[in-house]
Design a protein around this ligand. Structure first.
Ligand SMILES: *Cc1c(COP(=O)(O)O)cnc(C)c1O
Length: 382
């Protein structure tokens, strides 16, 4: 087992986040916890068990592989919704286990109906409408045909949801595009209803849309980044704060990432550190090597820029981040020794390294940073 570092997942922080979100969205809106990308790096199996203990009843994943992990952990105590990829071979498993899934093309729709008929068990579908993201979704001109098919196949298909996804609700510069998408979604619903059928639920909002466009909340919101205690963008955060008197972040970061010093060295002025010449000491220095690198998800773009905490003080990454190691400047820290704790994300004494701070010294989005944290690192619920 990997012992170089450990990821801690804070159950209380997650509980506070979902309580806050449920209060903002209202009791009538179901909160689906989006756990694709290894639960945004938090560790899928560990995270969903914890989220379930915190009251979450609905999980959204990207593909069958993730759905299977959630299913193995929680069986049918929760609803599992696949928003993305289902291979042909997997449709049977999906239908048999009442896993719900997005359908965005005729082929999959026909296939689902056929397999459901053979299994004599209904496929539970969410029809995704193309409203302007131009990724997946039925085109508006095909919605009538889809509706006719659903009417014809009522014995084999349960029309559970009508849904769409917005193309960048976290930025106000996309305002017009999102507003147009909302309008199109409503048109699709009207067309479908004219065939005498209605979906059980409608849903469209991710974190940003749910905060910025309340009308997108509908019956269910698919919440990823916010439940992990992070804002989709600084703009969404500022927009939220502007509606409040108290200017305090209501969200708590759920993840922390810790490791320890592997070795310490003294170098003199003029010495280069690590591969190449990107860092040269201008004075005598004390440096510490840490057993983590880009293979574990600590991006190479943090070379000479990243910061970590040692003994409650900020230390800068110097030289290039290697595959399995990186080096930090601990010159200013007294009594530092091998085995001392190093914090990459989270608190140490009074100091903190936030996830947002990473985007200040590399061009990584918080989403990207989190999902790149290696799966092999043990996740511990605290
Ligand atoms: C990832 C994803 C979400 C959640 O996005 P957040 O910004 O993390 O809330 C919602 N819906 C779909 C279709 C997604 O792919």
């Amino acid at each position: 087992m990997h012992k170089n570092s450990v990821i801690e997942i804070n159950q209380e922080a997650h509980k506070r986040n979902i309580d806050f979100l449920q209060k903002v969205f209202g009791k009538k809106v179901m909160l689906s916890s989006v756990v694709k990308g290894n639960a945004y790096g938090h560790g899928l199996a560990e995270f969903v068990q914890m989220a379930f203990d915190n009251g979450i009843q609905h999980f959204s994943v990207f593909d069958v592989e993730e759905a299977k992990i959630v299913f193995d952990t929680l069986q049918n105590k929760v609803t599992i919704l696949i928003m993305g990829f289902v291979a042909d071979d997997d449709i049977e498993w999906v239908i048999q286990n009442q896993i719900e899934f997005f359908v965005f093309e005729r082929y999959r729709l026909a296939r689902a109906a056929k397999v459901a008929k053979r299994l004599q068990q209904k496929a539970i579908l969410h029809i995704e409408v193309e409203t302007g993201m131009h990724r997946t979704g039925f085109e508006m001109k095909n919605i009538a045909r889809v509706a006719q098919f659903l009417v014809k196949e009522q014995k084999n298909i349960k029309f559970k949801g009508l849904c769409t996804h917005y193309a960048g609700a976290e930025s106000i510069s996309n305002y017009y595009r999102i507003a147009t998408q909302i309008e199109k979604f409503n048109q699709a619903e009207t067309i479908i209803k004219s065939y005498g059928i209605t979906p059980e639920i409608k849903h469209s909002a991710c974190s940003a849309a749910a905060m910025m466009f309340p009308e997108t909340r509908m019956d269910l919101v698919r919440i990823g980044i916010l439940q992990y205690g992070l804002w989709p963008s600084p703009e969404v955060f500022v927009t939220y704060l502007n509606t409040k008197k108290v200017k305090k972040d209501p969200l708590c970061r759920v993840i922390s990432w810790k490791t320890e010093i592997m070795s310490i060295k003294r170098i003199k002025a003029g010495d280069f550190v690590g591969y190449g010449t990107s860092f040269m000491a201008t004075d005598a220095m004390k440096i510490a090597t840490i057993p983590l690198g880009y293979a574990h998800g600590y991006s190479r773009s943090l070379s000479n820029h990243g910061q970590v905490l040692v003994n409650g003080q900020r230390c800068r990454v110097i030289g290039t981040v290697n595959m399995n190691m990186l080096t930090v400047d601990v010159t200013e820290i007294d009594h530092v020794k091998k085995g001392d704790e190093v914090v990459l994300i989270g608190y140490q004494k009074e100091s903190v390294i936030t996830i947002a701070s990473f985007s200040d010294y590399s061009n990584q989005l918080n989403y990207e940073l989190l999902t790149r944290i290696a799966k092999t690192i043990p996740r511990k619920i605290i």
